[in-house]
Design a protein around this ligand. Structure first.
Ligand code: CA
Length: 417
């Protein structure tokens, strides 16, 4: 696949700091707000947001399948309704306008000043309106660790796990933008010594280090999307902190699964990195022949992606502590398989649906994606640089996730959530 905007040789006439997550090869999409102006669709290069509403009004997005309403709005959904072909053309056009090989825009300083917005004056909003959120459980190490902690190390993976991309339907209303403070949830829990449940604050508040992908408009109810077709239905990815209350979860989840321990907040990073931008970082996935997977889950080519992921706890007024370093490549099931499985029964998906990866844990200690695993259910507290310990999240802590892909001198980053 030859996507013009991915050319590693491209250079931009905008100044880009070294090790920026946003070189000209990224061109992510998000929603910006500047004081006194309406929210709008934007992209980003270096430390500048690119105002796509202004770019459109000035005529630089002519002869593309978009209208002003697609950019003069507070969600990306309208733009995403133009599908993969449309957004690919848009990304290629933005890349061209800002590359050193073209000066159509650059030579109009008056236009440049309208289009480029310093990130220092920008507030990032929730990028996508999501009506349905599905959370998978696709990292083998995470599923194994949780199986060890709650059941039996000899039978840690349940019999279905290597046959089905296990998932559940989450809650879309509590998907929030990065930076929103969340309240420690209250609920029913069963302390070890209690014979009946008690009501109170969750003491085992946790994060889940995940990525999320967002879909284009799918097929009608009753149709399915194959692993082969899935690429055309996936818009892009973001970082995702799927907050969890382990004590509430532990009591409520039998027999129907996660509920109030999971639905109080899921936090998404503001820039959606397109799957197009991530194509150069595709890698092979694990062999799936023991047991052999069913034909509808088989796929061709490399569908896994190498994305380095860090999760950090920053105490109130304290310094950042990296508590886990994982990678999206540790997924057993890839996005194409997840989407094929999700729709194989005829379930329809809509533009903007969110699909969480599930907590992503790597194969060794130090690579785990939740405090549940990092502190091994509270038995191995994490030692912080200020001398305190963490088994789970304390009041005032900020949880930060960062991620990027890197190859051939090009770094495509997600920023942070
Ligand atoms: Ca999750």
């Amino acid at each position: 696949m030859n996507i013009a905007a991915n050319n590693p040789k491209l250079k931009t006439w905008i100044e880009v700091p070294e090790n920026s997550d946003f070189p000209i090869q990224n061109i992510p999409f998000g929603i910006i707000e500047v004081k006194g102006e309406s929210p709008r669709v934007a992209s980003r290069i270096g430390d500048y947001a690119i105002d796509l509403k202004s770019l459109f009004v000035l005529g630089y997005l002519d002869n593309l399948p978009f209208t002003l309403e697609d950019f003069d709005t507070n969600f990306l959904n309208s733009m995403m309704m133009k599908g993969k072909e449309g957004t690919r053309k848009l990304r290629n056009r933005i890349s061209k306008l800002f590359s050193t090989e073209h000066d159509d825009l650059k030579k109009n300083e008056h236009h440049v000043s309208q289009v480029l917005v310093d990130m220092e004056v920008v507030t990032m909003l929730l990028p996508i309106e999501t009506r349905d959120y599905t959370d998978f459980y696709s990292s083998e190490q995470h599923a194994f660790n949780v199986g060890c902690l709650f059941r039996d190390p000899d039978n840690a993976l349940l019999p279905n796990w290597k046959h089905i991309p296990v998932g559940y339907h989450g809650r879309a209303s509590s998907i929030i933008e990065s930076g929103v403070a969340i309240h420690r949830p209250k609920g029913q829990k069963t302390p070890p010594t209690a014979e009946v449940p008690v009501f109170g604050q969750s003491n085992l508040l946790d994060f889940e280090l995940e990525t999320v992908f967002f879909t284009y408009q799918g097929k009608p109810l009753g149709d399915s999307i194959t692993t082969e077709e899935a690429d055309n239905y996936i818009f892009g990815m973001a970082l995702f902190n799927d907050w969890s209350a382990r004590d509430i979860q532990g009591w409520e989840y039998v027999p129907l699964g996660p509920f109030l321990g999971k639905n109080f907040a899921s936090c998404v990073s503001p820039w959606i990195v397109t799957i197009d931008a991530l194509e150069p970082f595709r890698i092979p996935g694990p062999k799936q022949d023991n047991p052999k997977i069913l034909p509808y889950l088989e796929y061709l080519g490399d569908k896994h992606i190498d994305v380095k992921l860090d999760v950090i706890i920053k105490p109130e007024n304290g310094e950042e502590n990296i508590v886990g370093q994982s990678n999206y490549k540790y997924m057993y099931w890839n996005m194409n398989q997840q989407l094929a499985h999700h729709t194989v029964n005829g379930c329809n998906i809509n533009c903007g649906d969110a699909m969480g990866s599930g907590t992503i844990s790597g194969p060794e200690e130090g690579m785990y994606g939740s405090m549940l695993e990092i502190s091994w259910k509270g038995t191995k507290p994490f030692k912080m640089s200020d001398g305190t310990e963490r088994k789970f999240i304390q009041d005032g802590d900020t949880v930060i996730m960062r991620g990027y892909s890197e190859k051939d001198g090009v770094r495509i980053g997600f920023g942070e959530v």
